[in-house]
Design a protein around this ligand. Structure first.
Ligand SMILES: Nc1ncnc2c1ncn2[C@@H]1O[C@H](COP(=O)(O)OP(=O)(O)OP(=O)(O)O)[C@@H](O)[C@H]1O
Length: 348
């Protein structure tokens, strides 16, 4: 049996906090007595065969937090060490962490200043994939794999509902669509690929109890690249330069039952509410937003006559939830109309 010195720093389980910091007071063949850091007078008795989770603070910030970029560098690779390391990083807005080649992303549920700015994207684009954990770095590694190794690359994004998969996918797509555009000019194809998400989300995303914009379908996105015939020196890196030339999105497993039934607090697919809100606006003789009404009316003559009263639709009134916090359905509708015209090549 392993012996532990007095004062050895460890983690112990806690009902509310999950894990808390503690240290060993005494240890012998029969028992290990520990005290929690929170309450130095506490005494907790562990059995001699209970697992001991050693605690070492690996790399410190000025606040004393452990903030290693890669979990594989942790001295002790066990649950409390991993969780506390991720928590410490999250607390200082470092939401990305490597675990070997895998990137862990924690959903901040808030905008983090400058994290995805255009110049940040370009700075990743103009360097080799680095050891800096960021979704753009992973996208860059994918891009360089296509250009330099001429091999198909796959990015697998997984997580529970609300974890941030949809948003992460968009960042990866944005990077890949803009990669190679050393002149900063985005081609029509690149634009269309970037604009495809709002339309898909209109028909396939809905409010659930866990996520206001939950994707209720699966998708496999294939982006196709061709060599641009230039080298990547203009981007500041060695190797060939490729550009996006096409895309194919395969959708599957749409939650069809949501069309006719939604549980309380959830909604049907976004588009229905947005169309109704837009139709209601267009039927008003309110001239405070003339351009807005004009845009909406133009679309209504095409498609949406008769949608203006949401309460007349049985499938939109199963749940009392009709609107989303901080989301303007009319604005979303206008954005989607704009995208539809972009995709069909028409001008808005
Ligand atoms: N990187 C991020 N920065 C800021 N907010 C984010 C980020 N990622 C996700 N969010 C927020 O979390 C919400 C849920 O994220 P998202 O829709 O991507 O989850 P999801 O994993 O795709 O969920 P589902 O499986 O239900 O579709 C987003 O609408 C957004 O508000």
């Amino acid at each position: 049996m392993q012996t532990y010195a007095q004062g050895t720093e460890i983690w112990i389980k806690h009902e509310e906090e999950v894990w808390i910091q503690a240290e060993i007071v005494t240890a012998n063949d029969k028992e290990i007595i520990v005290k929690s850091n929170e309450d130095p007078n506490s005494r907790i008795v562990l059995g001699p065969h209970e697992p001991i989770f050693l605690r070492t603070s690996d790399v410190f910030t000025s606040e004393g937090l452990s903030v290693l970029d890669d979990l594989c560098q942790l001295t002790h690779l066990h649950e409390p060490a991993v969780l506390s390391s991720l928590q410490n990083r999250f607390d200082i807005d470092k939401i990305y962490t490597f675990t070997g080649p895998i990137l862990i992303a924690l959903n901040p549920f808030k905008g983090i200043p400058n994290l995805y700015d255009e110049d940040v994207l370009r700075s990743f684009m103009s360097t080799k994939p680095s050891s800096k954990p960021h979704v753009f770095n992973t996208a860059n590694a994918t891009y360089r794999g296509i250009c330099d190794r001429k091999k198909s690359q796959t990015v697998l994004i997984s997580g529970e509902s609300g974890a941030g998969k949809t948003e992460t996918t968009k960042f990866v797509m944005k990077f890949l669509a803009m990669a190679g555009a050393s002149d900063g000019e985005v081609t029509n194809v690149e634009k269309q690929v970037l604009e495809s998400n709002p339309l898909l989300e209109a028909f396939g995303n809905a409010r659930t109890l866990r996520n206001d914009n939950s994707s209720r379908f699966g998708k496999f996105i294939e982006l196709q690249f061709r060599s641009s015939g230039k080298d990547a020196a203009s981007l500041g890196v060695a190797g060939e330069n490729c550009r996006l030339c096409g895309a194919r999105i395969q959708t599957y497993l749409l939650e069809k039952v949501r069309v006719c039934d939604q549980q309380e607090g959830e909604r049907n697919y976004h588009l229905f509410y947005e169309a109704c809100a837009a139709a209601a606006l267009a039927s008003q003789s309110n001239y405070s937003y003339p351009q807005r009404i004009q845009n909406v009316k133009k679309e209504l003559t095409l498609n949406l006559e008769g949608f203006s009263d949401l309460s007349t639709f049985a499938y939109l009134t199963r749940s009392s939830c009709k609107t989303l916090k901080d989301v303007d359905d009319i604005e979303m509708f206008e954005r989607r109309i704009h995208v539809r015209h972009c995709l069909s090549g028409a001008k808005t």
